[in-house]
Design a protein around this ligand. Sequence first.
Ligand code: ZN
Ligand code: FE
Length: 257
Amino acid sequence: MNLIPLPAFSDNYIWLIQHQGRALVVDPGQAEPVTRWLAENQHQLDCILVTHHHGDHTGGVASLQQQWGAKVYGPASESLPFEYQPLKQGDAVNWGGLVFQTLDVPGHTAGHIAYWSQPSAQEPILFCGDTLFSGGCGRIFEGTPAQMLKAMDTLATLPGNTRVCCAHEYTLSNLKFAMAVEPDNLALQAYVQQCQKLRSENLPTLPAQLATELQINPFLRSRQSTVIQAVKAFAPQTAHQDVEIFANLRSWKNDFK
Ligand code: ZN
Ligand code: FE
């Protein structure tokens, strides 16, 4: 079983798992990178997982479904423009000997879901779409800061060795913000070096490791005193309350350049 990021658009990844001549993809915003990989590697596509309704995650689904007859799964509380099996918290998808657990992680969109699996003899895998990024989190478009904070808390409880498969290569720009929040965080400084090296070699910074994210990602660290102090320095009116601190951290990032 192999986990592969297929680059799409300018900074998306379509995650692919290959297993005995079959493939599963996550959030194929474009069909073409998937079709090309399948042809080059002579695999058959039989499963598509979708995390949320945005076009850069769903644009290629209909044509891949039509071409391969692949089974499609997606969030129960969003409407997607193709036939799919709706999933909510606690539902599972079985594929290639893997069991994917569905997690409800609304915030970026109202019905965003994530998929987590523990393969035998390999590190766990998380497909989190646009909820958690390395060093950051998704913009809150349809949900509330309270929901996004809860989503962060849900993901933070997964095993530390989980491979975090985010849908975008946003790491370096996220880390610029993370450094503004916690300039003295040594783990963060080391991680910046590591990611800059990877990007200078044109390699993905992903998957990230959840344990590392817990040390460096300000959105997973919004209850740490260093992060609270930074948010209060940026927005002095911030009340000492989890959701408000998280909300102001997210707004700070929205305008950060
Ligand atoms: Zn999105
Ligand atoms: Fe996206």
